[in-house]
Design a protein around this ligand. Structure first.
Ligand SMILES: *Cc1c(COP(=O)(O)O)cnc(C)c1O
Length: 430
């Protein structure tokens, strides 16, 4: 890939302005559908999934897309059409995946707190396997599977205790994190597996964190998991599935280096050489982040005593990553920027929180009220993390493809936003 982002391929030279995305004029799109608006590029998502499939060629491997990155039904359908399965972390995500046509036998269920109802729903649907994160969960799956006269397939999520070198809030593979169990505990489960008569414990799983820009922690975690697999095989425990998790990082900033699919899969091939079972990968962000942007209109410019603010109509409730993780997103002004003075702006939203800041002292072409800007790299953990904080209805989402677009989530109305609320008139004695 030559350009830093898929969409910048269409903005050459960058100074000439950024105006189209997968062949669609963003100004016209903003006019028709309003802002804030999530825009996803179908060709960019397809390109990513195909690149990963190509890298995995020759392995008995499957892609289980992490639905939490972007659970929009149209995005899921697109990925289902490319043959992807799903990694789900809730009953809601299970229903989304099934409705989008992802076959149950390509769905794996991760997460540290699965309720009985969610376990039962997944068993009934016939998912491929549970990624089990605690002894209590293993017991619950046994109890529910026995009641349903079913046998659940399960993998142990091991916590390999490696530092993924990512933001603390998205690191999941250190001993102090809540996820998975130690290799020692997992070993105990395998040795005692006969006691869980309705669970077939024959897989290993890990997921050490998200937005991994270095493959070294991945290699180290894979090395530990592979050593454990060999140890289990030597003890007579057949392993049918090894799930290496997700976490592959992306470029949020032009010029940033991120590993590519080839390097990533080479690390997997090397660590799991000789493994005869099925290999699963669970990318979320890598498949969709760079394929999406958040289109927003400038409400006003404000000169404070100390800083110059650019106030957008998008806010932290639409895109939480900058507030939650201090995450960087490239921001571009849509349209012709030739000859425009560059200004250092604090780019903020209207929400009543100082944390509602997309960027600080960011150099942008001079903007005026009514201008459009695009916050790039917003395809993952954007709409899926949105809320209605400050009573701001959820943004609309569109999928663009080859000069056309489809509205894949309509903008929430005020009435829809408050639909579940009731006045306190019917009091119930409990
Ligand atoms: C979130 C998550 C993923 C996906 O992470 P990305 O960084 O988006 O690739 C994969 N597996 C599990 C278990 C997860 O919780």
């Amino acid at each position: 890939m030559r350009a830093a982002f898929f969409f910048l391929e269409q903005a050459m030279p960058p100074e000439a302005g950024f105006s189209t995305f997968a062949g669609v004029e963003l100004a016209a799109l903003g006019e028709r559908e309003g802002t804030p608006l999530y825009v996803y590029s179908a060709p960019a998502i397809r390109a990513r999934v195909r690149a990963l499939q190509a890298a995995l060629h020759g392995l008995d491997a499957g892609i289980c897309y992490a639905v939490k990155a972007n659970g929009n039904g149209a995005v899921l359908r697109l990925l289902a059409g490319e043959g992807a399965g799903a990694d789900i972390v809730s009953g809601g995500e299970l229903q989304r995946a099934l409705r989008a046509g992802i076959p149950a036998e390509r769905i794996v269920f991760s997460g540290v707190g699965k309720s009985d109802a969610e376990i039962a729903m997944a068993l009934r649907a016939g998912i491929a396997r549970f990624n089990v994160e605690s002894g209590a969960e293993l017991d619950a799956i046994q109890r529910i599977a026995a009641r349903n006269h079913a046998v659940a397939r399960a993998s142990v999520r091991i916590n390999p205790d490696v530092d993924a070198r990512t933001h603390a809030k998205i690191s999941t593979g250190k001993a102090e994190n809540k996820f998975g169990v130690s290799i020692a505990e997992a070993r105990g489960w395998f040795d005692a597996k006969a006691q869980w008569t309705n669970v077939r414990l024959d897989g290993l799983h890990m997921h050490i964190g998200s937005q991994l820009l270095s493959l070294d922690p991945v290699r180290e975690a894979l090395r530990r998991m592979a050593a454990f697999w060999r140890d289990l095989e030597a003890a007579g425990h057949a392993i049918a599935s090894i799930d290496v998790g997700g976490g592959l990082g992306v470029r949020y900033r032009e010029g940033e280096q991120a590993p590519d699919a080839g390097e990533y899969v080479a690390a997997i091939r090397e660590a799991l050489a000789g493994f005869k079972g099925r290999i699963l990968v669970e990318p979320g962000r890598w498949l969709v982040a760079e394929a999406g942007l958040l289109l927003s209109r400038v409400l006003l410019e404000k000169q404070g005593d100390a800083r110059r603010f650019l106030v957008l109509d998008a806010a932290m409730n639409d895109l939480l990553r900058p507030s939650l993780y201090e995450a960087w997103h490239d921001i571009v002004r849509i349209g012709d920027n030739a000859g425009r003075e560059r200004i250092g702006y604090d780019v903020v939203g209207p929400v009543c929180e100082t944390g509602d800041t997309f960027a600080s002292a960011r150099a942008l072409p001079r903007c005026r009220a009514g201008d459009l800007v695009a916050i790039l790299g917003a395809g993952a953990y954007g709409a899926s993390m949105a809320s209605t904080y400050n009573s701001r209805p959820l943004a609309a989402e569109v999928l663009v493809d080859d000069g056309r677009y489809a509205l894949v989530r309509k903008r929430q109305t005020f009435d829809e936003m408050i639909a579940g609320e009731r006045p306190a008139t019917d009091w119930i004695t409990a």
